[in-house]
Design a protein around this ligand. Structure first.
Ligand SMILES: [Zn+2]
Length: 392
């Protein structure tokens, strides 16, 4: 079987920015693409029907290996036929490896060559995650795109620490690759779906680490590319480092990443960040901002962020964003949404989440159009100016 797990084709370019078509075993995805985050198998506050409707049309979502592994556990998900069948989401799914989650547990984890030992946030039990375990869990989940198990060094890590972490990540990438390949042979993947031009198998993405040190980042990319992944990601950014560090790394690494594979910037970011990263040649994004901030009363709009709690909206009949064509903006006023939020109505979170996801997904749609029409530089300038015009 020589067919690839995914195929990626660039269809338009503007400088380093590009529009592409990513074909997965669960549908076609236009890139640059934003992936809503569905941590525990649910994108918080929104039904799958809404993610699939024409307003949003999310083609791919992200789920977290760490969370699903601890609860409900892979025995349950395997018994229910894999994550797609368990959740009822039949479009593409990407799962992270759990590496970032265990890293963010901080002091309660212990990293060794073999893997990471930590205490479960669910019941306090001692758990062990390694490249092999992560690949086994992601095969049981049956996600369409699997991420290698990596070690994340914070952006401000000193050089020696960053080097050790990057080298561990390289060794773990090799172990991930080996276990992943054997699992595909063993038919452990619950999401297998043979199609016309694709193998029906899972795709595997490698992750570039190296903190803020550009030479370490280049070396990490080189060592990752040697393992021939279906796509490549930049990890370890947007974890508290200065913005300048992130753009130095993205500006250095993205143009060096293989042009014929999707490029994924993990955990980023704000709408401004997405547009900026696209300009550097990034194709895929995920971030909790639209959903998490929506639940906290913050709306992302074409004129900057809007805090629905503010008293100035008490009698304001305007929608969240006068330029937004989503069904929330078509029906509800800021005054009503503010009232819902202050009354503790769950509908406030639901409506703000919906609008925010629409704003992120629609921004990517407009980005793609502007690259195709040759107007991306103009769009990029105007978008940034408008966001700054009225932000809070
Ligand atoms: Zn809206």
């Amino acid at each position: 079987m020589n067919e690839p797990a995914i195929s990626f084709r660039t269809t338009a370019e503007a400088g380093n920015a590009r529009v592409g078509t990513l074909l997965t075993r669960r549908g076609e995805i236009e890139t640059p693409v934003f992936m809503p985050v569905g941590t525990a198998g649910s994108v918080k506050g929104i039904r799958f029907e809404e993610l699939e409707n024409n307003d949003l049309d999310a083609r791919i979502i992200l789920s977290n290996t760490y969370h699903l592994w601890l609860r409900p556990g892979i025995e349950t998900i395997r018994a229910c036929g894999g994550l797609h069948r368990f959740t009822g989401w039949d479009r593409a799914l990407l799962t992270d490896s759990g590496g970032f989650q265990v890293w963010s547990l901080g002091a309660s984890r212990k990293i060794s060559e073999e893997g990471t030992e930590f205490r479960s946030h669910v019941d306090g039990s001692l758990q062990f995650l390694s490249p092999e375990v992560s690949m086994e869990v992601q095969a049981a989940l049956g996600s369409d795109i699997v991420m290698v198990f990596d070690e994340c060094a914070p952006g401000n890590s000193p050089r020696e620490e960053a080097r050790q972490s990057m080298e561990l990540t390289a060794r773990w990438a090799r172990r991930s690759r080996q276990r992943f390949d054997s699992l595909q042979e063993e038919d452990a993947d619950t999401g297998k779906k043979p199609g016309q031009d694709l193998s029906g198998r899972q795709a595997l993405f490698g992750i570039v680490q190296g903190a803020s040190h550009l030479d370490l980042r280049r070396e990490s990319l080189q060592r990752t590319m040697e393992l021939n992944f279906d796509g490549y990601a930049i990890g370890g950014l947007s974890v508290g480092e200065e913005k300048k560090v992130m753009w130095d790394v993205v500006g250095e690494v993205a143009p060096l990443m293989p042009a014929d594979r999707p490029r994924y910037l993990m955990g980023v970011g704000t709408p401004e960040d997405l547009v900026e990263a696209v300009a550097h040649g990034i194709d895929m994004f995920d971030c909790v901002l639209p959903t998490r901030n929506g639940r906290n009363g913050q709306a992302f709009t074409s004129r900057g962020r809007l805090n629905i709690k503010n008293a100035q909206w008490t009698k304001d009949a305007r929608p969240l964003d006068e330029f937004c064509k989503c069904s929330v903006c078509g029906r509800h006023s800021r005054a009503y949404l503010r009232h819902l939020y202050l009354s503790g109505e769950m509908l406030a979170s639901v409506l703000l989440t919906y609008h925010n996801l629409r704003f992120f997904l629609d921004t990517m749609r407009v980005v793609r159009q502007s690259i195709r029409s040759g107007e991306f530089p103009k769009f990029r300038r105007e978008f940034t100016e408008q966001l700054a015009a009225n932000g809070e």
